[in-house]
Design a protein around this ligand. Structure first.
Ligand SMILES: [Zn+2]
Length: 220
């Protein structure tokens, strides 16, 4: 995920009640952090399906989170261990993380902005297929400085095609990301049920776009 960090810096505002993911897609802000309410429900749902896999990045020593990440401050637990070890091995330096876990709606927003040539996004994986949705992909500042430390603890650098991106220890949870959404949607929309198959397709995408950015009434 190659994104200029600048797009995450500018706008942090609250989402008006009733705004959908589609409204955010159409807005000018380019900020996936605006789906924080919905995203938090989805992280909790992922942890219901795979207990203990996602943990919080908040409050880690010498780790600073970008504006999108600070609203959805999660990564896979194994990845967080690698981050803690890398930071401990480089005294006095703060690690700036601009992107870590992205829930399904967040990845959809980035992918659609990428397809539209918006928001300075030069590369984005399809929803359901990004290491960020599994919570082991991170985008950071000072990638050259951090590279040897992160590599020591099992994070691999993406290379010149996506210089800010590292894949850290963890397992693929793309299906879990999709399934978490499908279950949350179904619980709140019993007359409009999705197949709970963990597969991303047009039926699921249409419901993601109609979902309330602040989160559903029921956390289920
Ligand atoms: Zn990335």
């Amino acid at each position: 995920m190659k994104i200029s960090t600048i797009i995450f810096v500018a706008i942090i505002s609250t989402v008006a009640q009733g705004q959908t993911v589609q409204n955010i897609l159409d807005a000018a802000g380019c900020n996936t952090g605006l789906t924080g309410g919905l995203a938090t429900q989805l992280v909790n749902k992922m942890n219901q399906i795979k207990p203990g896999f996602m943990s919080s990045l908040s409050g880690l020593t010498r780790v600073s989170l970008g504006s999108a990440t600070v609203k959805v401050p999660y990564a896979q637990s194994q990845t967080i261990t690698a981050i803690k070890n890398a930071v401990a091995a480089r005294p006095g330096v703060t690690l700036y993380i601009n992107s870590a876990l992205r829930t399904l709606p967040q990845q959809l927003l980035l992918y659609r902005w990428y397809l539209a040539g918006k928001c300075g996004i030069t590369l984005a994986a399809k929803p359901g297929a990004s290491p960020h949705e599994s919570g082991y992909g991170i985008d950071i500042d000072d990638y050259n400085g951090w590279k040897p430390y992160l590599q020591t603890y099992g994070c691999s650098w993406q290379g010149t095609s996506d210089v800010v991106h590292f894949n850290c220890p963890g397992v693929a949870l793309g299906t879990t990301s999709v399934l978490a959404f499908q279950r949350l949607w179904n619980c709140n929309n019993p007359t409009d049920l999705l197949s709970e198959d963990g597969l991303y397709g047009p039926q699921t995408e249409a419901r993601v776009l109609r979902s309330p950015a602040n989160g559903f009434a029921k956390t289920c």
